[in-house]
Design a protein around this ligand. Structure first.
Ligand code: GRF
Length: 201
């Protein structure tokens, strides 16, 4: 049985990458991490990929100053690794039109709030959890959704709820949501892989 080939795009710590990779090593996994692309050469995500022996590429405005060339280089690298699904997990850059066209409907993102609440431009990192606390929401949690041209606007695939506690700080809420991300993202990728004919090639 072949496995759905997943490319992970990440800029930061890479804890979702680690969760996905760990899940991909389980016997019942229907997906494999084929490639990691990071725009930040010093990121934990790229360091983890290299340590774990996953093909890893640093691609950014530094390696490719022309945005169109960067877009094309990313598209070509994803294709060269036979990518069937692109997962952005803490990837801080917008994808270019060539990548979006090549992988239309096959790019998903994880966001640390219950979309459509608390999404859009500028809504990342602590700002998201600050907004949840400021709004007095009783629940929060991650959303996995399709990537479109607009930030956080693609169709929702799955969400997972965690409580917001009365004494929560941004950090305590962020930690609870991140723990839920590490369960939700591998579960969603496994479901996509199980239903995807590309996994049976
Ligand atoms: C996660 O909270 C994810 O929802 C958001 O960026 C963060 C990435 O964390 N898009 P990590 O790099 O996977 O640890």
């Amino acid at each position: 049985m072949s496995r759905l080939r997943v490319a992970v795009l990440a800029s930061g710590n890479g804890s979702n990458l680690r969760a996905l990779h760990g899940a991909s090593l389980e016997e019942e996994a229907r997906f494999a991490i084929a490639l990691v692309i990071g725009n930040n050469s010093g990121s934990g995500a790229l360091a983890y990929a290299r340590e774990a022996g996953i093909p890893a590429a640093h691609m950014s405005g530094r390696t490719h100053p022309d945005p169109e060339e960067l877009d094309e280089a990313m598209r070509a690298t994803l294709v060269a690794h036979d990518t069937a699904l692109v997962v952005t997990a803490g990837y801080m850059k917008k994808l270019g039109p060539r990548v979006r066209e090549e992988f239309g409907g096959r790019i998903i993102n994880i966001h640390p709030a219950l979309l459509p609440r608390h999404g859009g431009q500028g809504m990342y990192g602590k700002a998201v959890h600050e907004a949840v606390l400021a709004a007095g929401d009783a629940v929060s949690g991650p959303t996995v959704h399709f990537v479109t041209e607009e930030y956080d606007m693609g169709a929702v695939i799955a969400r997972s709820e965690v409580p917001v506690l009365p004494d929560d700080t941004v950090d305590s809420l962020a930690e609870r949501v991140l723990a839920a991300e590490h369960l939700l993202l591998p579960a969603v990728v496994q479901i996509i892989a199980t239903r995807d004919p590309a996994a049976d090639r």
